[in-house]
Design a protein around this ligand. Structure first.
Ligand SMILES: Cc1ncc(COP(=O)(O)O)c(C=O)c1O
Length: 391
């Protein structure tokens, strides 16, 4: 039987958003903002391979490798360590969705934009959300956290290790011990720290953590590390209610990522190729070398900014090496500067987010992008743009 279409139907089909567009052509930018960062060419090449089936033994072997490499970059023995399908927010939501039950008290340390996102997410899962606050760019001390745990007695404490909106690093040493004292789980957001900043998840006694692929791992966005330890699993296994998010339900996902290999959803196969290659490259370099490289290049950036008469928003001791917030000088239109960097120099840096909008720029030196040539390029371009603006 042949398929025939009436002239009226054909006209309808073609008038419904059919458009002739050229083959894909995107500019190659130097991405020195808060993310995504440029993907390593080896990662892009890995991603470019033909997909194979997500239950193919060749694929499940890759899954094991990815899980092990994630344990390495996070320094954890957690069995349930896997990349969630989706961006960092998916892995973030997975931590909340799996251990929070309606009515649980969830305490969030808010000192930037992503703390607010945790508050929002926990509330959506029915938590009794409490928050403690610091000015954007500051961090919590252990005594402050102890006082808050004493006051709120939460089931879960959530903290952002690397707050991308402010450029501040929240020290996590000792926080896990505190949480155990108060019988509470600790969730850590390591989206902007993984691969670039030292993380010792097990030593710090972090119970759940999440990250992303598109920053310190030099991979495109779309495959987001997630991990949960024994204490988190124990809480999850005692749930009275089903996890309210089907896609991110770890009680089902673990049957696919464990030895059963039970289908849950079609894995984003090519993203797994990509993150495997990205993690392989981190392992080849060595974490300690990567952390030192991030520090050396950040210090070079900070010195160069000072030479340009610019200052950083965060005090040196709490400054992230992966993401620097730079104060916008009085009288300068922040967005005009980022626009000029992009259009005239092909460099992306970030504008301020939330409370810091218009007040800071955000310069990321993450993953393979953290190198001296990139520091020189962004400093030179920024210097030229500012000089032109000041006339
Ligand atoms: C600290 C932090 N948490 C969570 C997220 C959310 O990740 P995504 O935008 O990949 O969903 C981001 C994104 O930049 C982030 O910086």
């Amino acid at each position: 039987m042949t398929f025939t279409v009436s002239p009226e139907t054909l006209s309808k089909i073609n008038s419904t958003h059919r458009q002739s567009v050229p083959a894909l052509d995107v500019p190659v930018r130097l991405l020195l903002g808060p993310g995504p960062s440029n993907a390593d060419p080896a990662v892009v090449a890995a991603m470019n391979r033909q997909p194979i089936g997500h239950l193919d033994p060749a694929y499940t072997a890759l899954m094991d490798e990815v899980q092990n490499l994630l344990r390495y970059v996070w320094q954890t023995q957690n069995k349930l360590t896997l990349p969630m399908s989706g961006t960092g927010s998916a892995a973030m939501e997975a931590t909340i969705a799996n251990v929070v039950e309606p009515g649980d008290v969830v305490l969030v340390g808010v000192k930037g934009y992503f703390g607010h996102r945790l508050v929002d997410m926990a509330g959506r899962y029915g938590a009794d959300v409490r928050s403690i606050h610091h000015a954007w760019g500051e961090v919590f001390t252990l005594p402050e956290l102890r006082a808050a745990l004493e006051e709120h007695r939460p089931q879960v404490l959530a903290l952002v290790h690397a707050e991308t909106s402010t450029g501040a690093r929240q020290p996590l040493e000792g926080v896990g011990d505190l949480c155990r004292e108060f019988d509470c789980l600790l969730i850590a957001d390591t989206v902007t720290s993984l691969g670039g900043e030292p993380i010792f998840l097990d030593d710090w006694k972090v119970d759940l953590a999440y990250s992303c692929s598109q920053k310190g791992l030099s991979c495109p966005p779309g495959s987001s590390p997630f991990t949960i330890g024994e204490r988190g699993l124990a809480k999850m296994d005692k749930r009275q209610t089903k996890v309210a998010n089907w896609y991110l339900d770890v009680s089902m996902l673990r049957n696919y990522w464990g030895s059963g290999r039970v289908y849950h959803h079609t894995a984003p196969v090519n993203m797994t190729y990509a993150i495997r290659e990205a993690l392989r490259l981190v392992s080849e370099e060595g974490l300690e070398t990567s952390w030192q490289r991030h520090r050396t290049n950040a210090e070079k950036l900070w010195a160069g900014l000072q030479d340009l008469g610019l200052s950083c928003h965060v005090p040196h001791e709490n400054r992230l090496t992966t993401l620097t917030t730079v104060k916008v000088p009085d009288g300068i239109d922040a967005k005009a500067v980022t626009k000029a960097l992009l259009t005239e120099h092909n460099i992306e840096i970030g504008n301020g987010l939330g409370e810091l909008g218009g007040k800071v720029w955000r310069i990321g030196l993450m993953g393979a992008n953290s190198k001296p040539e990139n520091v020189d390029r962004v400093l030179e371009a920024l210097g030229q743009v500012l000089a032109k603006m000041k006339g």
